[in-house]
Design a protein around this ligand. Structure first.
Ligand code: ADP
Length: 449
């Protein structure tokens, strides 16, 4: 096993990785920006080093500072968490060049799957159904128009290098398509430094369902069932659950197998996620594969009992998977709510500031992954997620009740958060019946108040 791991991240995921390392007996090295001196991950790690100023490009995205820190402090491996450099093939390569193990898949696999148009090709070749759309990148309006006519409007224009819901545009007509191409290209260029676009048919009222996979370096691959991430606001996930209320056992089995086929075709190891949209008729389509640990991984941990981050670290250290597919049993129901420092009454405007009193929920079946504490100051430099509340129940109704109970216990004084919004979702009769889809919030909860 590694003797020490540097965590190239901040916030709750840095804390999550530190916990996994401690349980594995690994020394932990935190990195932090000057804005994060008082962060929990800094306090929890065995050692910590400042890597630059508040702007992410000066610190958490600063590859040479991160590599220098790892070398100076003798880290054997780097865990990238999610976001920042987690899906950056150059960083994975750089780690390797410096003899530091990158905890994730190989750089060329990150690169291939990070290009969503290429990822579609890999999935198609593995026999996975895709959302109808372009074969790879579209080069001009004429080409786009022809494809859109063939698959039928509405269509969605997506950035090949996209992520976080950015660079996506809907078009209902040829005229709309022209505008969508221009704005999506501009947005993709600015956000990702890559203007490549592709087209997909817009699926009406789909569920977002993803399969968590784990693979080791000798080619063993297993999946941990699905997560339903249909509760989204502006294409960003807010509440996730496992299993999904919308899958029958045979579809679950098929999606799991196709996720493994995709991973195998890509030469994948480490933790990863294969994402699908499932339409109203139960047909499912591949959308992308994420090559990192995901925010919502705890719901899979709660229903399978597998510690995904520990497995990920063990795999990087060269161990075989601790589980075979037949060891994986889905038990009960888990739900995660992302608690963001955002004000739902002010159009989800970020609400940084200093927390006063802070009381964390507990009791049976409750887990809170967070990086804040009483008197902690949330700065405006990074994303606004301050905690994830995850609950387990024997079935979905118990999980919903337990989540309501836990969120009502949670006191985060002085900071408007998304907790009241989550309580509205949890109380919604359609949600309680499991009738969810990606535009649920828009349709069922009036969010622009
Ligand atoms: P990103 O990597 O930016 O998160 P994804 O491809 O994973 O982008 O899509 C994010 C979300 O956007 C999906 O969960 C879904 O809500 C919506 N979406 C993406 N593609 C389609 C599509 N073809 N039809 C309808 N909704 C889509």
């Amino acid at each position: 096993m590694f003797s020490s791991v540097l965590i190239a991240n901040r916030g709750e995921i840095a804390v999550r990785v530190i916990r996994a390392c401690k349980e594995l007996g690994i020394e932990t090295i935190a990195v932090y920006s000057t804005a994060d001196r008082d962060s929990l991950h800094v306090k929890m790690a065995d050692r910590a080093v400042c890597i630059g100023g508040p702007a992410a490009r000066d610190s958490y995205l600063n590859m040479s500072n991160l590599i220098a820190a790892a070398r100076n402090l003798g880290a054997e491996a780097i865990h990238p968490g999610y976001g920042f450099l987690a899906e950056n093939p150059h960083f994975a390569n750089l780690c390797q060049t410096h003899g530091i193990k990158f905890i994730g898949p190989q750089a060329d696999v990150i690169e291939a799957l990070g290009d969503k148009a290429k990822a579609r090709e890999i999935a198609r070749a593995a026999g996975v159904p895709l959302v109808p759309g372009s074969d790879g990148v579209v080069h001009n309006y004429e080409e786009a128009e022809e494809i859109a006519e063939n698959i039928g409007y509405p269509v969605i224009i997506k950035a090949s290098a996209g992520g976080g819901g950015k660079g996506m545009r809907l078009a209902h007509s040829p005229k709309g398509l022209k505008e969508a191409l221009i704005t999506a290209r501009l947005e993709a260029g600015a956000a990702f430094g890559n203007e490549d676009l592709y087209i997909e048919k817009y699926i009406e009222e789909p569920r977002h369902i993803e399969i968590q996979i784990l693979g080791d370096e000798t080619g063993n691959l297993i999946h941990l069932g699905e997560r339903d991430c249909s509760i989204q606001r502006r294409n960003q996930k807010l509440l996730e659950e496992s299993p999904s209320s919308g899958l029958d056992p045979s579809t679950r089995e098929k999606m799991g197998q196709l996720a493994l086929d995709t991973a195998q075709a890509a030469g994948y190891f480490s933790a990863g996620t294969v994402e699908f949209l499932v339409d109203k008729y139960g047909q499912f389509f591949f959308i992308e594969m994420n090559t990192r640990i995901q925010v919502e991984h705890p719901v899979s941990e709660m229903v399978t009992g597998v510690d995904i981050v520990k497995e990920q670290i063990r795999i990087a250290a060269g161990y075989p998977l601790s589980y075979a597919q037949e060891d994986i049993k889905i038990e009960g129901w888990a739900i995660e709510c992302r608690v963001n420092a955002e004000d739902p009454r002010r159009n989800f405007q970020p609400s940084p500031g200093t927390i006063g009193q802070y009381i964390v929920p507990g009791g049976p079946g409750v887990r809170v992954d967070s990086s804040v504490y009483a008197n902690y100051t949330i700065t405006p430099y990074y994303d606004s997620m301050l905690a994830k509340v995850i609950v387990w129940g024997k079935d979905r109704p118990e999980a919903i009740q337990r989540m309501k109970r836990a969120l009502n216990e949670y006191v985060i004084e002085n900071i408007p958060t998304t907790i009241p919004f989550h309580l509205m979702v949890l109380d919604n009769a359609f949600f309680q019946r499991g009738e969810v889809y990606t535009n649920f919030i828009q349709r069922r909860i009036s969010d622009e108040r």
